[in-house]
Design a protein around this ligand. Structure first.
Ligand SMILES: [Zn+2]
Length: 196
């Protein structure tokens, strides 16, 4: 939540109007400060103000900006200062949560990659061509092609720096690769159970 959002979430146009000296009448109406208004023509809603006389409208930041002739960023800062609003910085708890979910992703990646590695090792052992004339089994080809890469990724997840591990995890999240790999592992396992 940035300062604009924090201010808008905490301060209604009515609160700002009262604070900045506009007498609020019945029905959340005030005399419009932006035109020569004798009867209250400006309605203060929960999230925005609107003047039926001159058409002035906007959120609480816009109201403050126009009242004090400030750019929006300065108006937001003024509101924050006047109403004691602190910009929400990611808390220690959020950081902890983030590192926890990172750890979960890593362990899931490790599990799925390990599962796939076993399948590949199995294929390499059992699907190898028996003689030079045999056609290459696609499972054997996949095993030859992928084994080293998967071993490499598992090595990084086991011994890599946090940055290296995060790269592997990020890479596996792309195009939903990890979930697809997990689903395929499961399917392969089920098929091999079915044929045994
Ligand atoms: Zn007006």
């Amino acid at each position: 939540m940035n300062l604009f959002e924090a201010v808008k979430a905490a301060v209604t146009p009515r609160m700002a109007a009262e604070r900045y000296g506009l007498p609020v009448r019945q029905g959340n109406m005030v005399c419009c400060p932006f035109h020569n208004d004798r009867t209250p023509s400006m309605k203060l809603n929960e999230e925005y103000f609107y003047c039926f006389g001159c058409g002035a409208h906007g959120d609480v930041v816009a109201l403050t900006a126009q009242l004090f002739d400030l750019p929006p960023a300065e108006a937001a800062k003024k509101l924050a200062a006047d109403f004691g609003i602190v910009e929400q910085k990611p808390s220690v708890l959020t950081k902890l949560k983030r590192s926890k979910s990172q750890a979960e992703l890593e362990s899931r990646s490790f599990r799925v990659l390990g599962d796939y590695l076993q399948i590949l090792q199995d294929w390499k052992a059992h699907c190898a061509p028996q003689s030079p004339e045999d056609a290459i089994n696609p499972r054997y080809a996949e095993a030859c092609h992928m084994l080293e890469r998967i071993e490499n990724m598992l090595d990084i997840l086991t011994c890599g720096t946090p940055k290296e591990r995060a790269e592997v995890v990020t890479d596996l999240q792309k195009d939903n690769r990890l979930a697809l790999m997990e689903a395929r592992n499961r399917q392969i396992r089920e098929e091999s159970h079915g044929t045994k």
